[in-house]
Design a protein around this ligand. Structure first.
Ligand code: TRP
Ligand code: SF4
Length: 326
């Protein structure tokens, strides 16, 4: 039997190529080897966006369009929306009864995010409980593996502790979920900082070919290459972190020495990158365009997936309630 995988993403809207190569591409690969549950963590968004929810619905739609266009297959995986499966909330409540507040206060992401998002008042019960809800998301489907990045490991550690505590108090109900760590290169954005929506330095999966080319041409290169005749170093070139992903090896082997001896200029070099990116992204972009015009397509897909997820979570909640004796 296949192991079960659960993972979620907060709906932040359109995904950029950093999200794709960091997370989504891996999810797509997991679909054949595992029994996969992938969901939109919209309640998790509320932990930081509760004061202004106007964008969430649209963000869900844009993100799910990217998911499906770039390879998540609802026929292989369960693709659904957290808030449409209310068992997530029920299990969150039960787990909150057994979770010591000190575990949550100790979580390194807790203070970090409060400091980073100073403009928002994150001294709420719900924000503190972020890892509890995440635990519920995972064990609600008795998942054994959770594909996450390094940044989510503290949350997963708490999830394992809460799971152990439940099993210890009420009997063995849930398997202890394990991380499925993926080595993901952090992609750099146009300006050399980490690619991030909030920095405005991203290339989106849904950008047009023209937008992509324009962005690539504006991308930072080796800062030591001031003049065309100055030799460059691909290892310190921001654009080159995308070359490594999109440009075929043979071509890279031409570009690297050509950069080092200044026989290629950065404009020409970045044009090659833009062409390779656009060629590779064209088919899923076209698919995305088709999906986006099919009325109700995303809503139907999420409703159907959530109904199917509920069938699984219903049985697990019955086990949990029986163990709890209520
Ligand atoms: N916290 C995760 C993130 O920000 C999203 C998430 C919510 C999640 N619930 C989850 C990931 C359960 C894995 C499993 O990326
Ligand atoms: Fe970067 Fe290419 Fe310019 Fe070299 S030639 S610095 S690899 S863009």
């Amino acid at each position: 039997m296949k192991q079960r995988v659960v993972s979620g993403m907060r709906p932040t809207g359109r995904l950029h190529v950093g999200h794709y190569h960091g997370v989504l591409e891996n999810w797509v690969k997991l679909q054949d080897e595992f029994d996969c549950f992938f969901f939109v963590a919209d309640w998790h968004s509320l932990t930081t966006e509760y004061a202004d929810t106007a964008a969430i619905r649209d963000n869900i739609r844009e993100m799910v369009l990217d998911w499906v266009a770039f390879g998540l297959d609802p026929a292989k995986s369960l693709v659904f929306q957290q808030s449409l499966v209310s068992h997530h909330a029920e299990l969150n409540l039960i787990l909150s009864m057994i979770t010591p507040v000190s575990w949550l206060e100790r979580c390194p992401t807790y203070k970090e995010m409060q400091e980073n998002l100073e403009a928002k008042d994150l001294s709420t019960f719900g924000f503190l409980g972020y890892p509890v809800l995440m635990t519920a998301d995972i064990i609600l489907y008795k998942a054994t593996r959770v594909p996450v990045g390094q940044d989510q490991l503290p949350h997963l550690e708490i999830a394992r502790e809460i799971t152990r505590r439940f099993n210890h108090l009420y009997g063995q109900v849930f398997p202890e979920p394990e991380a499925l760590l993926t080595e993901t290169p952090k992609l750099l954005g146009l300006d050399g900082r980490k690619m991030s929506k909030s920095y405005g330095n991203s290339i989106y999966l849904s950008d047009t070919a023209e937008e992509t080319t324009k962005k690539v041409l504006s991308m930072m290169t080796d800062p030591a290459r001031v003049r065309r005749a100055d030799p460059g170093d691909p290892d310190v070139c921001v654009a080159f972190n995308l070359h490594r992903i999109y440009v075929p090896r043979e071509k890279l082997e031409e570009i690297i020495p050509a950069c080092r001896n200044a026989s290629i200029g950065c404009v020409e070099c970045k044009r090659i990158l833009a062409e390779c990116m656009n060629e590779r992204l064209a088919p899923p972009r076209a698919r995305r365009g088709e999906l986006a015009t099919a009325p109700g397509c995303v809503d139907d897909l999420l409703l159907d997936g959530s109904r199917r997820a509920s069938l699984v979570s219903d049985a697990v909640m019955a086990d949990a309630r029986a163990a709890l004796k209520i």
